[in-house]
Ligand binder design. Structure first.
Ligand code: PMP
Length: 398
């Protein structure tokens, strides 16, 4: 009898499981559209110029690696906050916004979830239907019950806004609502700004706690445009949690670069929150790592490097957009009469393609094209070399 005798085998992560299947596939024409990663036109994971320059600078000097402060590198936190709230944010100036360097967007969500469980243990958490699967798992692990609010409407390939708003209106004060501030994963469907205003007003009126997850800032309409929703919640003086991530926007997935930002009602409140979130971090991993944070901080705080980064981000965004158009165009060329124009309206890396599980399975088995069972495809994995084969294969399974 071992202490592990009763440990059940956990189900495989559906997306990582797909990667394993893809890697084992020996067909040279295989394409992996299952991942949540940006690849360039050559199908490679890019190393951004801005990152290369910062790393070359870093390599020129010997830097000791002492412990960072619990909340991370001060210039990193300041830069991450400015990206969300703007450089001249009144909240920042008043000391009402706190930002903590975190282990990616996931780490930010985890610290936020643990802190929320401490201050608001009886609340329920609500995530979109569908959402990034880890939202549910993270908040359940933190001890919350997690429910779904209506979001995606398969019949229109759009947002079921009326149902979403009606649902929010039924929630008790203090409940926590996870929202994708831009580039919704997995659907690519975002509310319009007018709809966001209604969502924010409902959240404020009902006394709900918004947790904005922004993992794709810059992939929608640009760095500033994509942060409009965060600024809206700030302007309405709503106590708000924000998890942000540089994994995608800096192509620094393995460096675990993210941030947790919390908007408070006063400086005095912020000081108390700061002290408690620091305890949450201290008991999780003590303090964040140095390298990725240093690189991102160098880019965010240097005008030239920032401009370089912004233009590389724009390139990534434009390339994804051009792949959206190419896919829609090529489906037509392959005789598809079904309207796929909704793919053009979707934002970010992903598209809920509307493909059924059976069609996804045929794509995988007959064509070596790997998409998630839900029909989610990563548009950022399409490129001029694979798009013809992908469009042709999709046309053949419709
Ligand atoms: N939130 C969403 C919606 C995401 O899609 C992701 C990444 N897949 C994350 C958070 C986590 O990002 P990170 O890799 O920085 O932990």
């Amino acid at each position: 009898m071992s202490i592990f005798s009763n440990v059940e085998l956990a189900p495989r992560d559906p997306i990582l499981g797909l990667n394993e299947q893809y890697n084992a596939d020996t067909r040279p024409t295989k394409v992996n559209l299952g991942v949540g990663v940006y690849y360039d036109a050559e199908g490679r994971l890019p190393v951004l110029k801005a990152v290369q320059i910062a790393e070359q600078e870093l390599a020129k000097k010997v830097s000791p690696r002492g412990y960072l402060p619990i909340e991370g590198i001060a210039t990193y936190d300041k830069g991450a906050q400015a990206l969300l709230l703007g450089k001249d944010s009144e909240l920042s100036k008043a000391g009402r916004a706190l930002t903590f360097q975190a282990l990616g967007g996931t780490g930010a969500l985890k610290i936020g979830a643990d802190f929320l469980k401490q201050i608001n243990p009886n609340a329920n958490v609500h995530i979109s239907n569908p959402s990034w699967e880890n939202h549910r798992a993270l908040f359940e692990r933190a001890g919350f019950t997690v429910n779904n609010y209506p979001y995606y409407d398969a019949s229109t390939h759009g947002l079921d806004f009326a149902a979403m708003l009606a649902y929010l209106d039924t929630l008790p004060a203090g409940d926590i609502v996870i929202l994708h501030a831009c580039c919704h994963n997995p659907t690519g469907v975002d509310p319009s700004f007018e709809q966001w205003e209604q969502i924010a007003n409902t959240i404020k009126a009902k006394g709900l706690i918004p947790f904005l997850d922004i993992a794709y800032q810059g992939f929608g309409d640009g760095l500033e445009e994509d942060a409009k929703v965060v600024k809206l919640f700030a302007r309405l003086d709503i106590p708000t949690f924000v998890s942000s991530s540089f994994s995608k926007s800096f192509s620094l997935y393995g460096e675990r670069v993210g941030a947790l930002t919390i908007l408070c009602a006063s400086k005095e409140e912020a000081d108390r929150v700061l002290s408690q979130v620091k305890r949450t971090i201290r008991t999780n991993y003590s303090n964040p790592p140095t390298h990725g944070g240093t690189v991102v901080s160098m880019v965010l705080n240097n005008e030239e490097l920032f401009a370089q980064w912004e233009s590389e981000l724009a390139e990534m965004r434009d390339r994804i957009r051009s792949m959206r158009s190419a896919l829609v165009q090529k489906l037509k060329e392959n005789g598809v009469t079904q309207n796929f124009d909704f793919v053009l309206a979707q934002r970010g890396m992903f598209s809920y393609s509307g493909l059924t599980q059976a069609q996804v399975e045929r794509l995988r088995n007959e064509h070596g094209i790997y998409a998630v069972n839900s029909g989610r495809i990563c548009v950022a994995a399409l490129n001029p070399k694979n798009i013809d084969a992908v469009a042709k294969a999709i046309a053949s399974v419709l």
